[in-house]
Write a protein that binds this ligand. Structure first.
Ligand code: BES
Ligand code: MN
Ligand code: MN
Length: 462
């Protein structure tokens, strides 16, 4: 039998096992789910053991454990390090899910005519890292492991990977490998398979604007005392100019401008603007003047309000002039923009534009660097060849807008360009209600990953 045949024969089993993992609500952001996050780590540990990994352990951290396991077939063979995360985003708001987020079901969608698995974490990242466990199982079962493998599956990606940072720095020898593979991104479609070669960085801020020392009657005081919500809205609105450029002084100083050739090439990727708008039910797109949608997401930095609150939001009306207003604001960054530097620029600017009538507090949350990886490495070539063999088409290199800050750490600390071999689609509703992952994407992903191992061995030997 072959690896491909094994995968085909075990489709049902592979799906059922993923379903069991998806039933564990491993939400790292919410302490209410603490036991479930630990349970998910145990689940991953057991699956690696069952698949045939050695030295499987839960590496304790100040937070949730990192699951490590390896199979060293022969020390002279190349070693592939697999990274993924078993934690998921909160499922809120629950009422917007068509089926409960931790009870996976398969349903058809326009982009997944053969069915998709609906559950929190199905695409981000349980369904994706689990493909590696299953590809490993298939290769082991068929006695066809072309490379050594090391798994490092963490439980704090969705909250900033603070402890993974330390773990990687302290365990360079243990994690020594020839390539690191991450399946936690998108591809354009199954018809246009792609490999991600760039991710944006992130600087996440929280602001608090305080007006009067207490909530006031908006009739008695309205018009005479600064309303912090009014002020906050005005401040936020001023962060973009009429061309949708960000107005923070120095924000663009380190942003790389790309050549026409580079941009033309990026824009050659298949992208259907009409379908994009239709799927989102928007009459038009919106963004920085002078750039296409692909460029706005892939190579340009952005600023978005992620949440804003204050005042009265309950039933009916309450005439109040609130004391405080709050917002969470994040900036997506491109290579060379340092998230700490950007956080400082933001803070200085935000304080500078506040009128004297209010006080402003700015608190930075987690951040991370962007990462761009080369297409001229054995790892990228192996990914391309694996895709060619599985899909019958060359992989299109794409730059994505999301962030996996740990990728820059792999480059810095391990000297490795991560191969971002993701199989989700941008419409899979990551972090949203009704997150899903195509059944075919899952199964093709398992097959492609096994092929990657085969091609990586050859490419490295060249
Ligand atoms: N898997 C995503 C990142 C991603 C999604 C990359 C889609 C490319 C395409 C990851 O789990 C994630 O959500 N990252 C966060 C940042 C993190 C520091 C919380 C993000 O991008 O918001
Ligand atoms: Mn992810
Ligand atoms: Mn995520």
């Amino acid at each position: 039998m072959s690896v491909k045949q094994y995968i085909q024969d075990n489709q049902e089993k592979f799906l059922n096992e993923l379903f069991d993992l998806l039933r564990i609500p491993s939400v790292s952001a919410d302490p209410k789910f603490k036991n479930d996050v630990f349970a998910a780590a145990d689940f991953v540990k057991e699956s690696l053991e069952k698949a045939g990994a050695d030295k499987v352990e839960l590496c304790q951290t100040a937070g949730y454990p990192i699951v490590y396991g390896e199979k060293i077939i022969d020390p002279s063979l190349p070693t592939v390090l697999v990274y993924g995360h078993y934690d998921v985003q909160p499922a809120d708001p629950y009422e917007l899910w068509d089926s409960p987020p931790f009870e996976p079901v398969i349903k058809k969608t326009p982009r997944h005519p053969e069915g998709a698995i609906f559950a929190r974490g199905s695409a981000d990242d349980k369904g994706q890292f689990y493909m590696h466990v299953k590809a490993f199982e298939a290769m082991m079962a068929e006695n066809a492991m072309p490379c050594n493998v090391k798994f490092m599956i963490e439980g704090e990606e969705e909250v900033g990977s603070a402890n993974l940072d330390i773990f990687v720095k302290e365990n360079k020898e243990k994690l020594k490998a020839d390539v690191v593979v991450v399946s936690d991104t998108h591809m354009i479609s199954l018809e246009h398979p792609s490999v991600t070669v760039g991710l944006r960085g992130l600087a996440y801020m929280e602001v608090e604007v305080t007006g009067p020392n207490r909530d006031l009657h908006s009739g008695t005081y309205g018009g005479a005392v600064a309303n912090p919500i009014n002020i906050l809205c005005k401040m936020i609105a001023s962060l973009h100019d009429e061309n949708n450029h960000i107005t923070i002084p120095g924000f663009y100083d380190k942003v790389e401008e790309y050549s026409k050739a580079y941009r033309d090439n990026l824009n050659k990727a298949p992208f259907d603007l009409e379908a994009y708008k239709k799927e989102l039910d928007i009459a038009d797109v919106h963004g920085e003047a002078g750039y296409s949608t692909i460029e706005r997401v892939g190579i340009r930095p952005t600023l978005d309000v992620n949440g804003i609150w204050g005042g009265y939001t309950g039933e009916g009306a309450k005439t109040v002039l609130p004391s405080k207003a709050h917002a969470k604001i994040s900036m997506r960054l491109v290579p060379n923009q340092d998230h700490r530097e950007i956080a400082k620029l933001f803070e200085d600017h935000f304080k500078a534009i506040a009128p004297k009538s209010v006080k402003v507090k700015v608190t930075p949350h987690h951040g991370g660097a962007a990462a761009v990886v080369s297409t001229e490495t054995p790892g990228y070539r192996a990914a391309d060849l694996a895709i060619q063999e599985a899909f019958g088409k060359k992989a299109i290199p794409t730059r994505e807008g999301g962030s996996i800050p740990i990728c820059a750490l792999f480059q810095q600390e391990l000297g490795l360009d991560p191969i971002l071999l993701g199989f989700g689609l941008d419409t899979d509703a990551l972090h949203s209600p009704n997150e899903h992952y195509g059944v075919k994407n899952y199964l093709m992903g398992i097959e492609t990953i096994a092929l990657f191992f085969k091609h990586f061995k050859n490419e490295l030997a060249q």
